[in-house]
Design a protein around this ligand. Structure first.
Ligand code: ADP
Ligand code: MG
Ligand code: MG
Length: 892
């Protein structure tokens, strides 16, 4: 059987996008439902692939099918391509499966030549229109198909205009256009060494080949890579009979969205031009008019257009982006597609469509891309502002912020305490700078990538951040930075946009983040659907409050080390670490206990009885001590300047200690529960602080059920011992206070051995929380900081890895461990609570995976909670949809 490669518009359907491309499928669909679409046909994406397979030639078979369809089209329209008496003119329009803006420009008025132009002139009784159309065709065809740069044509046109003393094109007469056409033809001859093709069929096939070729032009390849569109899809070509918006004042052309794509407001939004063709509206040569004025200029057309918009919205159940042309008072629809929109509009449109009974709630939930929501949860620069950035770095964490430049974390902290807004600018950041990042409105680093320390921390806190801004050269001594010739000093005000990576001088108008009413409503629908819990990672009462505000059901990870980093506490923490004897350490710990207790009380109070998972101390101890190299420099200096000083002795002592603690491989070293095993008094202090805090909360009538989490367990015996330690501390405080505490003790699963022996570990655990950041490190054997700085980026670019596994859960490897851990753990203890608390807990595909493997909850930064609620609902809905499809197929 002869394979079909070409489809008339009335043979296609809207659901044949793969075959007909997006534009072709929608043209067919609109034809099918009776809308006024100029007749035409679509050459399928399969023809495009056949073209490439045959070494870039259109096979005889496909050529024949195209010619047959052309004959059909000629019958339908009663016109013939190339017939001077009654010429058919067509447009040639590319149309891939996914819309790819700017891949190939459309050719209009194809079929014109020296003879048909005369016929057109006679037929329309409008020679000016005929010659104008012909010169447009030569210009477009030459640019798009013959690859003669449009610039030459513009230039020539301008010369003629000037010579005649005209300001604008409408002043050109028929004779003037004839002169231009003559010039254009000479241009073509000069640049292509042959005459402008006069045979309309040749014109058509050359155009079709040009569209096929454009599938692999540089722009298209880059765009596909960015949008992750596979290269094997190919593009379709649409050949459509022309309608003319440039036939006079009763004609025109325009583009409209059925709703406002920026706010979602249910009001027609668009523009049109009277007496114009095709791209004139977007080309910006003439200023188009807002669509509402069409109501006065052409009331009947307007009414028909509004009806069509409503019909198309109902049909596609979504906001449409529609292209139309009016020829002598008659409306034609040339394109429709689902309109691109901002996050705000996406939410409003989805919610409104439910209220208009066009969508179900579940369908609406699937309409909003969780990734887009980030835009809404950070302040951002007013859209009306005209951007003129000083420079640009990597957009590491979205949101915009204004503040005075500071170069030092302590200074940022100090100024913030005086209620000053600052932006921390550093070559890079380390855990020592956390208090500065917390205090600052935003952070800028000149080194480091999207996953550098500053970026990860800032994203976690929902703070704006720009990383790797290499054009910023920082002079920490002089406290200033330079971008080219511009110098920015400490205290100067800058504004940054973390969503684009742009840095601006001075202050810029902002819009505040807020959950709109529609957003809240959509999220309550999501909560009704989802079975996966959503918690937040929060280390302090402010974050905990934010988490509750954004709808978190609890805290999935409260890291206690951030509490230790506080400037006021660091000396005591250091005292604890440096202690040579148990007694000395006890002294420091007894000072830390009330501080920790207070932290926990603040968090418990903010969470009002919701579950809180508290992780006992995790990082290697050196993170709390001064930098070894800095110490060494200090000591060397002091040895020369004041060899007898007390300060030197102190620093030498510190240096010795730091060297003792120093590890070759801190990520795999003395950290997590290994600290608790060797310094049980540290974990004991933390456990007691938790119990005292529970007791205190009870006096306020707040019932707390904490989940105490032991990090980095690799062997069940570690957990067994640490669990006993926590329980003993509990018993002790229970006796002291005469109370009974209700709490869980569980572990993080973050090394492969823990996942593989989860059946044993579950004997000692009330819950598992998969720490997928560390689990990814330990499964791949990558040290994250080294990987991201050295090779990970190139791995992703060259597709060795499909994604950054620290951002998107590696389901094949790390995911398998998670799945195994859940299965083995539940095998031992069916009621075992399971969750995830890595950064993956806020990423939509990872969230779907968590749902599929049956976790009880995901935990992510407070700012990602709304995203996670929506993604969790989508996971449930998609799962059920897949299930019903499977059941349906089983029945058949
Ligand atoms: P793009 O994908 O860049 O939007 P289109 O194929 O939609 O390109 O063509 C751009 C414009 O050209 C259309 O919006 C329409 O104004 C005009 N156009 C295309 N085909 C026709 C036609 N058959 N009759 C009149 N105008 C057309
Ligand atoms: Mg278009
Ligand atoms: Mg960890």
């Amino acid at each position: 059987m002869n394979k079909k490669y070409v489809y008339m518009f009335d043979q296609g359907r809207g659901d044949k996008r793969e075959l007909l491309g997006g534009k072709g499928a929608n043209l067919a669909e609109m034809t099918r439902i009776g809308l006024p679409v100029p007749y035409g046909f679509t050459i399928s994406t399969e023809a495009c692939n056949a073209y490439y397979d045959a070494g870039k030639t259109i096979s005889e078979n496909i050529r024949q099918q195209i010619l047959e369809s052309l004959q059909n089209l000629e019958q339908q329209t009663g016109k013939t391509l190339g017939d001077p008496e009654n010429p058919l003119l067509v447009s040639v329009r590319s149309g891939a499966v996914h819309s790819m803006p700017g891949m190939m420009d459309t050719v209009l008025n194809l079929g014109m030549n020296d003879e048909t132009v005369e016929g057109m002139a006679k037929l329309t009784n409008n020679p000016r229109f005929a010659y104008d159309s012909y010169r447009r065709f030569i210009q477009m065809f030459s640019d798009v198909v013959l690859k003669v740069d449009g610039f030459y044509f513009e230039q020539l046109l301008e010369e003629v205009r000037e010579e005649k003393g005209y300001e604008t094109d409408p002043e050109m007469t028929a004779a003037d256009w004839q002169e231009v056409i003559q010039g254009y033809k000479e241009l073509v001859k000069k640049h292509t060494k042959s005459s402008f093709p006069q045979d309309p069929k040749e014109q058509m096939f050359l155009s079709v080949e040009a569209v096929f070729d454009s599938w692999n032009n540089q722009r298209a390849i880059v765009y596909r890579r960015l949008q992750k569109i596979p290269g094997h899809l190919g593009t379709a070509v649409n050949i459509q009979s022309m309608v003319f918006g440039n036939m006079g004042d009763d004609s025109g052309t325009g583009v409209a969205f059925t709703r406002n794509p920026s706010t979602g407001e249910a009001k027609l939004y668009g523009e049109y031009l009277i007496n114009a063709q095709g791209e004139d509206v977007v080309a910006g040569i003439r200023t188009p008019q807002p669509i509402v004025t069409l109501q006065n200029e052409m009331p009947e057309v307007y009414e028909q257009f509004v009806d069509t918009c409503n019909l198309l919205e109902k049909h596609y159940q979504d906001m449409q982006d529609i292209e139309f042309t009016v020829e002598r008072g008659q409306l034609f629809i040339l394109q429709t597609r689902n309109g691109k929109r901002t996050a705000q509009a996406a939410i409003k449109v989805a919610v409104d469509l439910v209220e208009e009974n066009i969508l179900s709630k579940r369908e609406a939930l699937l309409r909003v891309d969780p990734d887009q929501l980030n835009q809404l949860l950070h302040s951002r620069i007013d859209d009306a502002f005209v951007r003129n950035p000083l420079t640009k770095g990597l957009p590491a964490s979205p949101g915009a912020a204004t503040g005075k430049v500071v170069f030092d974390a302590d200074e940022a902290d100090r100024l913030a305490k005086e209620e000053k807004k600052v932006i921390l600018v550093r070559p890079e950041t380390t855990p020592d700078d956390i208090h500065g990042i917390v205090a600052a409105q935003a952070t800028v680093t000149s080194r480091g990538g999207m996953t550098s320390h500053a970026a990860v921390v800032a994203r976690g806190m929902g703070k704006a951040c720009i990383c790797g801004c290499e054009s910023v050269s920082i002079d920490l001594k002089e406290k200033r930075f330079k971008v080219g010739e511009t110098i920015v000093k400490e205290g100067d005000v800058i504004t940054i946009d973390g969503s684009t990576g742009e840095i601006f001088l001075g202050e810029i108008p902002m819009i505040d983040p807020q959950l709109s009413e529609e957003f809240q409503l959509l999220l309550t629908w999501a909560d009704q659907e989802r079975t996966l819990g959503v918690r937040a990672n929060a280390d302090n009462p402010e974050d905990a409050k934010k988490a509750v505000e954004f709808g978190a059901g609890g805290i999935g990870l409260c890291r206690t080390e951030h509490m230790f980093m506080d400037v006021a506490r660091i000396p005591i923490v250091q005292q604890m670490i440096l202690a040579d004897t148990y007694e000395e350490r006890e002294v420091a710990l007894s000072k830390l206990l009330p501080m920790q207790q207070e932290d926990f009380e603040g968090i418990f109070e903010a969470m009002q009885g919701r579950p809180v998972t508290i992780r006992l101390l995790d990082p290697p101890l050196h993170e709390f001590l001064p930098d070894k190299e800095e110490l060494l420099v200090d000591v060397t200096k002091l040895q020369m300047t004041s060899p007898e000083s007390e300060e030197l002795k102190q620093k030498e002592y510190l240096l010795r200690k730091v060297r003792q603690i120093d590890e070759f491989n801190p990520m795999l070293g003395h950290r997590g529960c290994r600290l608790g095993m060797t310094f049980p008094e540290i974990y004991e202090m933390q456990a007691k602080a938790i119990f005292y805090a529970i007791s205190k909360m009870r006096t306020k009538g707040i019932d707390v059920k904490p989940e105490i989490m032991i990090p980095l367990v690799g062997h069940v015996n570690e957990l067994k011992e640490m669990r006993r330690l926590v329980i003993n501390a509990g018993v002790q405080i229970e006796q002291e206070t005469g109370e009974d505490f209700d709490y869980l003790v569980g572990t993080m699963i973050e090394v492969p051995r823990a996942a593989l022996t989860a059946d044993q570990i579950a004997e000692e655990a009330d819950f598992f929380s998969f720490g997928t950041n560390d689990l990814t490190q330990s499964t791949f054997g990558y040290s994250r900081d080294d990987a991201e700085g050295k090779f990970l980026q190139s791995y992703i670019e060259s597709k060795v890895l499909p994604e950054n596994p620290f951002a998107v859960l590696d389901q094949d490897g790390v995911g398998k461990l998670v799945e195994t851990g859940v299965k083995l753990g539940r095998g031992t203890k069916p009621e075992l609570k399971t969750g995830i608390c890595g950064e993956h807990g806020g990423e939509k595909t990872s969230i779907e995976f968590c749902h599929e493997v049956g976790l009880d909850y995901v935990s992510c930064s407070p700012y990602r909670v709304p995203l996670a609620r929506l993604a969790a609902a989508q996971a449930t809905i998609k799962h059920e949809l897949r299930q019903s499809v499977a059941e349906f197929q089983a029945q058949k």
